[in-house]
Structures are given as structure tokens and as C-alpha cells.
Design a protein around this ligand. Structure first.
Ligand code: HEM
Length: 498
């Protein structure tokens, strides 16, 4: 017979364990609810990178505007309301301003020597200050105005060419090429848009870098299985991309410091950074690796996001002929008969501004923003969120949340006409550029480009769909990736305004 003492010895520890667990639950608020995961992999099998914002949106419908998931061994929470975004970015901003360290991103950013992936702290403060003061501030936005104008006029010339031969235009391709060229010229002082080996080398590396940025590495979420990334060849692929890019940056740097170099028409961000390195005026001593990491941020942060937004704007306008007509009327009436509208003309177009805000609301280019990580425990939504928790803010869901927006699915720029809501990070219901300390520093540059491009192509052309295509036929499918691109090309006929 089993002795009662032995039974007690077995039962007591279990009872103690339950008791302490119960006391801990009473003392600490519980972790937000969420879908049940599997051992080790957590919820990874239920999520994929193709349309994360949509999967997270569906989960928020079930578990609420704050819920938890587990990415392998790493806990994460997802926030889907303006009220909680305010708690994060206003009440707890310093505690939620780290970025999760991911293998590919760290390697490509020279171990976080850039701005996007560096941890919140003194280094990030210095690097952000350098970028905002010298290459991204309003002064720099004006300095690069002539590049935007030159390239936009070049694209419009191509559009006139298409129009004269009644050729259908692939607007995705056209706008992607325009924004890439503008950004390249701003960053490097020269473009990589001419046909030939150099162009295809640059685009090949750049596309691969974008893919590596967004790729899932097992070592990020289940470190003890990190060898899987070696086995699948992913690490070798990353290393190759890093080496190719590094060689390319070194060549461009050497070109820029060559004393025999022809003075460029416009100095690029690279020239400014080289000068700052020479002067060593800031307390952070810039090295070539810092410069290379910053260049990567500028290229990757700027190109896809701006071009995807421009394509979504035209998609939305072609799907909504009423809005297209109204915005063109405004531009053409207030813009007079000008062939090309300048920055100061664009300032007057209040309806165009409302259209662009509505595009940012319905089609945020970075729908889950850029992931953050807590560096200290903090209270969010009544839950204690421990340090080292990954945070996703689902801007796509916030922008369509009926708590903040009337008829959220409707493309209705009028909603902004009598409203002060803007995308500068103070109104948490509209955060396409994020908010708080780490808000996108390229916001002014992106907004300036988008307003100028749209004002001019809407002023100079009427836009028609190819024969047989109706506005309601235009699809809104998105491509997987960092920035949400329209998956299927937007084919249009540009008709010069008479
Ligand atoms: C429509 C265009 C753009 C969108 C939608 C966009 C969106 C974003 C978002 C959501 C973030 C993360 C903010 C956060 O964590 O709260 C971000 C960060 C960043 N963006 Fe942009 N961006 C755009 C254009 C640009 C441009 C033109 C540049 C540079 C030329 C740029 C450079 C950066 C950098 C460097 C960061 C990192 C800031 C930091 O971590 O401190 N972006 N952007």
C-alpha cells in the first residue's frame, strides 16, 4: 500500500506550484490573449510574410485590439487601435523604441550602424541627428527639388510619347522607375537608370537586398536551430548579397573622392556624408561603414514606399472617377494653364492633399510599420508587457478601425477637408509613417515627391482604362514584401490634356 506521507510529498509541491502561480497572476496582470501556439515554433506556422497585416487584422477581430503571438521562442504583441497606438508612442515611447535584432537586417546594416536598425540610445540619437540635419531636413528637401523636377519632366515626356502612339502604359513600371531614379540621384548624385550592365547590376543587388531584408531567418526566432539557415543556403545567399553591395558602395565612394572626378550637377547625400566624415565635426566619428549603412537606409526606406504609394493613388483615382474628376478640376482651375506645376502651386491644392491623406489611410506602404521591441517592462492596454517583447502596430487595421473612421472602407478624401487630422505622428488614427521618436524621417521628402508627381500627371493628362476594363475591374491585390506594392500592373492610357 502507498503510504499517505508519500502521497502528500507528491501532491504538496504541485499545490504549492498552483498557489504561487495563482498569486503571481493576481499580482501581475496577465499577458494579452492570443492564438494558442505549438511548442518551440509558437504561432509561426499560422503566419507568413505575404500579407502579415491581414492575418494580424483577422486575429485582432477575434482576440481584440491588443493580442499576443509567439514567434518561435520570442513573445510579440500586436496593437490595432488608435488608443493603444497613443499609449505606445506617446505614453511609453522611450520603452518601445528599440528594434528587434534580426540576422539579415543586422548584417546588411553593418551590425546596426544605420538608423533604421540601430537600437534606441546615444548612437541612434547621433546618427538620426546627422541624417535629419544634413540630408533629410526641409533644407535638403528643397535642395533636391531640381532633381525631382528634372526626372518628372523626363517621365512625362515618355508619357507624351506613349500617348502619341496610343500605347498602353504600365504605370507600376513607370512610377517605380521614376522614384528609383530620383532617390538614386539624391543619394549618389547620379542615376542608375540607363540601359546596360551597370543598371542591371545595381537593380539585381538592390532587389536581392530587399528580399534579404524581409526574409525569415530561423536563427531570429529559434536560435538553437540557427544551423538550419546554413543548411538551406540562406546565410550564404545573405553573405553574397552583403559582399556585392559592399563592393558597389566602395566603388561609388572611391568615385566620389577621386580628385579627377567631374563635378556633379547636384551633390548627393553621399558627398555630404563624405564631407562630414572629413570634418569629423559631430561627436560620432563617421566611418565608411556608417556611410554605407546610411546609404542602404535611404535607398530601401525611400524607393519602394514612395513608388507603391504613387501607384495606389492612381489606382484609387481610376477606381473612383468622381474623385478623379474633382481633383483634376481643382488642379486645373487653381493651377491656371501652366504646363508644369511647381512646388508653390501644389501648396494651393487642398483637395489633392486630402486625396493623398486618404491614400495613406487606405494603402499604407508599410502596413505593420517597422517592428519595435520593448527595452523595459511597460503597461500597455492594462497589461504588463515585459522587456524584449516584439511590437507590431497594425497601421492598416487602425486606418480602417470604425472606432476612428466613419465608413472606413470608402475612398472619401472629403473626410479630411474639415479635419485637422494629419500624418505627422500626432494623430494616432493616421500613422502611415509611424509616430514617436522613431517616426519616419523621410516623411517630408516622400510627401513633397508625391504631391509634385501627382499634381503634374493629373494636370497634364486625362487617364483612361484600356478598352473593356471598367473601374470596378481594377484589382487591389498586393505583393508580398516590405512595402505593399500593387501586385498586378496598372495599365492605363494617358491622353494629353488639350
Ligand atoms: C511613402 C513613403 C514612406 C513611408 C510610408 C515610410 C514609412 C516608414 C515607417 C512606417 C517607418 C517606421 C517608423 C516607426 O518605427 O515608428 C519608417 C522609418 C524610416 N524611414 Fe520611412 N517611409 C517613407 C519614405 C521614406 C523616405 C523617402 C526615406 C528617406 C529618404 C525614409 C527613411 C526612413 C528611415 C531612415 C527610417 C528609420 C527611422 C528610425 O528608425 O529612427 N522613409 N518609414
Amino acid at each position: 500500500m502507498v503510504s499517505p506521507v508519500l502521497i502528500l510529498c507528491l501532491i504538496l509541491p504541485v499545490l504549492f506550484l498552483f498557489f504561487f502561480q495563482y498569486r503571481r497572476t493576481l499580482k501581475n496582470p496577465p499577458f494579452p490573449p492570443g492564438p494558442r501556439g505549438l511548442p518551440i515554433i509558437g504561432n509561426l506556422h499560422q503566419l507568413d510574410n505575404s500579407n502579415l497585416y491581414l492575418q494580424l487584422y483577422h486575429l485582432s477581430q477575434k482576440y481584440g485590439s491588443i493580442f499576443s503571438i509567439r514567434l518561435g521562442l520570442r513573445p510579440a504583441i500586436v496593437v490595432s487601435s488608435a488608443k493603444l497606438a497613443r499609449e505606445l508612442f506617446k505614453d511609453n515611447d522611450p520603452e518601445v523604441s528599440d528594434r528587434p535584432k534580426c540576422f539579415g537586417q543586422q548584417r546588411l546594416s553593418y551590425d546596426g550602424l544605420d538608423m533604421i536598425f540601430s537600437q534606441y540610445g546615444q548612437f541612434w540619437r547621433e546618427i538620426r541627428k546627422i541624417c535629419v540635419v544634413h540630408i533629410l531636413g526641409t533644407k535638403s528637401v528643397s535642395k533636391y527639388y531640381s532633381i525631382r523636377v528634372f526626372e518628372l519632366k523626363r517621365m512625362m515626356k515618355k508619357l507624351y510619347g506613349h500617348a502619341s502612339s496610343s500605347k498602353v502604359t504600365n504605370l507600376n513600371e513607370m512610377l517605380m522607375s521614376l522614384t528609383t531614379t530620383i532617390i538614386c540621384r539624391i543619394v549618389f548624385g547620379r542615376g542608375y537608370d540607363e540601359e546596360g550592365a551597370e543598371r542591371s547590376r545595381f537593380h539585381g543587388m538592390f532587389n536581392e537586398c530587399q528580399a534579404m531584408w524581409a526574409t525569415f531567418f530561423v536563427s531570429d526566432y529559434i536560435p538553437f536551430l540557427g544551423w538550419v539557415d546554413k543548411l538551406t543556403g540562406l546565410r550564404a545567399r545573405l553573405e553574397k548579397n552583403f559582399k556585392d553591395l559592399d563592393k558597389f558602395y566602395e566603388e561609388v565612394l572611391a568615385e566620389c573622392i577621386d580628385p579627377n572626378r567631374k563635378t556633379p550637377q547636384n551633390e548627393g547625400m553621399i558627398d555630404v556624408l563624405i564631407q562630414l566624415k572629413k570634418e569629423s565635426s559631430s561627436s560620432l566619428k563617421l566611418t565608411n561603414n556608417h556611410i554605407k549603412a546610411i546609404l542602404m537606409d535611404m535607398l530601401l526606406g525611400a524607393t519602394d514606399t514612395t513608388s507603391a504609394t504613387a501607384v495606389w493613388a492612381m489606382t484609387a483615382l481610376l477606381k473612383n472617377p468622381r474623385v478623379m474628376k474633382k481633383v483634376q478640376e481643382e488642379i486645373r482651375t487653381l493651377g491656371g494653364k501652366k504646363e508644369f506645376l511647381e512646388d508653390h502651386d501644389v501648396e494651393k491644392f487642398l483637395y489633392l492633399k486630402a486625396v493623398i491623406k486618404e491614400v495613406f489611410r487606405l494603402y499604407p506602404a508599410a502596413p505593420t510599420l517597422v517592428a519595435r521591441e520593448t527595452n523595459k517592462a511597460c503597461m500597455i492596454g492594462g497589461y504588463e508587457i515585459p522587456a524584449k517583447t516584439i511590437l507590431y502596430v497594425n497601421a492598416w487595421a487602425i486606418h480602417r478601425n470604425p472606432e476612428s473612421w466613419k465608413d472606413p472602407e470608402e475612398f472619401l478624401p472629403e473626410r479630411f477637408l474639415d479635419s485637422t487630422v494629419d500624418f505627422h505622428g500626432n494623430d494616432f488614427e493616421l500613422i502611415p509613417f509611424g509616430a514617436g521618436r522613431r517616426i519616419c524621417p523621410g516623411l517630408h521628402m516622400a510627401a513633397a515627391s508625391l504631391h509634385l508627381i501627382l499634381a503634374n500627371i493629373l494636370n497634364s493628362f486625362d487617364w483612361e482604362l484600356p478598352a473593356g476594363v471598367r473601374p470596378e475591374d481594377i484589382d487591389e491585390e498586393m505583393l508580398p514584401g516590405l512595402a505593399q506594392h500593387k501586385k498586378n500592373p496598372l495599365y492605363v492610357l494617358a491622353k494629353p490634356r488639350i
